[in-house]
Write a protein that binds this ligand. Structure first.
Ligand code: ADP
Length: 475
């Protein structure tokens, strides 16, 4: 763990293993932190806050610029740690490290543009000034699916705003977190500003984050259930919360779209990270007129996808994170088939030579998915594309919006009016129009409805780390 500028063991001396999900092998041990260790980290962050928050934005930026340069220098190393620990193909891991580094440089620049405001008063002797100040010590909890970029997406804006941080990464990917903090350390960030507590059991640390009054803000990326619990408990001390939770993205292929292009897009975005992304398409609505061409192209592409270790050439499908994730995907597929869906390809655990010790699920296409099936409502987090035929464009928005989630959505159309109608009518905070990658460090990412609160990235990504203070001056 990295606390107050030093690498230390857990108070208990205990450690826990990290595994390679492609082989089931143990790849390293990390300290198993508990509340007592998190307490030390909060002490460090609270101690560092007065000095860090009073540095100028220009000074704070320098550390972020340095961290960015170091992250780009160490790109290969970080990508290799990620592929080994999380399983994604090495090229995807490299892309994620670049995305992670983008947050460091974006917020190095944006730190200098945390502007206030002056407001005219109706009293001649009065002046109003609005000041933006850091909220204080931030607790951050991050997931395993994007184990490096989800850390910088929180740490960079927090540092830019002048906050200090205690981060608890996912128990499945502590080595990725350690590798990021080695870079933050090498960037010379003052001690106590960024602190890392690894732990196998997150509950007691989450509890401390919620009850220690020095934590003024909690930022969380993970499952909707845990996010809701954290939001409820955070209300007790009225802590600020940012939540980036689950999704159930619709992927819409309109009658006028190019079905081959749409199928290519789906084959890329659906199977990215083996479907383990909150913005992964979960319901693919295809107009009946485009269906055959779409399915043919998709099947051709999906059938050719190679599964295996992310280090092997040509591998597109890495393992799922663990056995429970495999079971969940398989249960959804069986439920859909039992209720009448057609299995076009896939639909099984892969146990061939070389895959038998990892958590591999064959890339799957289900056709004829209906609202009665579990997969129509529940997030999948796996390599399954559920296809739903539609006929009447008037029903489309209601069908797409019929979910408690509101994170990402995708539309393929060549008609400008359709594009605008769907862009404006979809109750999702991210809409890709003929675009499967509507994300960037410069753009706001987050969810409507039960997909979360607040936005990360872009200028909006700073808001949640800042308080707004009004000064009224009588002269
Ligand atoms: P997933 O199902 O994707 O693993 P989780 O929400 O369980 O999603 O995990 C996301 C992050 O939340 C991880 O860092 C995990 O350790 C953490 N987490 C899980 N349960 C709790 C909890 N009760 N309190 C605090 N953090 C938690």
């Amino acid at each position: 763990m990295f606390i107050n500028g030093a690498w230390i063991s857990a108070e208990s001396g205990r450690e826990f293993p990290s595994y390679n999900p492609a082989s089931g092998e143990i790849i390293g041990m990390v300290p198993d932190g508990e509340a007592i260790d998190a307490h030390k980290a909060i002490d460090a962050a609270a101690g560092a806050f007065p000095k860090w928050s009073s540095q100028t934005a220009y000074q704070r930026s320098q550390f972020l610029y340095r961290a960015h340069a170091l992250m780009m220098e160490k790109l290969e190393h970080l990508a290799a740690v990620m592929t080994e620990e999380q399983g994604k193909p090495i090229q995807a891991a490299r892309n994620e490290v670049r995305y992670a580094a983008d947050f460091l440089i974006w917020y190095a620049e944006e730190a200098k543009r945390i502007y206030g405001q002056t407001i005219p008063s109706d009293r001649a002797d009065q002046r109003f000034i609005v000041l933006r100040q850091p909220v204080g010590v931030v607790a951050a909890i991050t997931p395993w699916n994007y184990p490096i970029s989800m850390i910088t997406r929180k740490v960079a804006p927090a540092m830019a705003a002048g906050c200090t941080i205690v981060l608890k990464p996912a128990e499945a990917t502590p080595l990725c977190a350690k590798a990021v903090f080695e870079i933050l350390e090498a960037a010379g960030i003052p001690e106590g500003v960024v602190n890392l507590v690894t732990a196998q059991t997150p509950g007691p640390i989450g509890e401390l984050f919620l009850t220690d009054p020095r934590i003024r803000k909690l930022t969380f990326t993970g499952s909707t259930g845990v996010g809701k619990m954290l939001a409820r408990e955070a209300a007790e001390q009225m802590k600020r919360v940012s939540l980036e939770l689950g999704g159930h993205a619709p992927f819409i292929v309109c009658q006028d779209a190019d079905p081959k292009r749409a199928a290519t897009g789906l084959s890329l975005v659906k199977f990215l990270n083996t479907g383990q992304a909150c913005i992964s398409p979960n319901r693919v609505f295809v107009h009946e007129g485009a269906m055959d061409a779409f399915i043919n192209e998709l099947t051709r592409r999906v059938s050719a996808m190679k599964a295996g270790s992310g280090f092997d050439t040509g591998v597109r499908i890495g393992p799922l994170v663990n056995e429970a994730a495999l079971d969940k995907v398989d249960r959804q597929v069986r439920d859909a088939v039992a209720k009448g869906a057609e299995l076009v390809v896939g639909g099984r655990r892969m146990t061939e030579e070389g895959l038998d010790r990892g958590f591999f699920y064959a890339p799957t296409i289900l056709r004829g998915v209906t609202p009665e099936m579990v997969i129509y409502r529940e997030e999948t987090f796996g390599p399954v594309a559920p296809i739903i035929a539609y006929n009447d464009a008037d029903d489309l928005l209601a069908m797409a919006n019929d979910t408690r989630y509101g994170l990402a959505s995708y539309v393929y159309t060549n008609d400008l009016k359709t594009a605008f109608t769907l862009f404006e009518g979809l109750e999702f905070a991210i809409v890709g129009i003929n675009d499967i990658n509507p994300t960037s460090a410069a753009a706001p990412f987050g969810g409507m409805k039960e997909s979360g609160l607040g936005r990360e990235g872009g200028i909006q990504g700073l808001d949640d780390y800042l308080e707004t203070k009004l000064g009224g001056f009588s002269i």
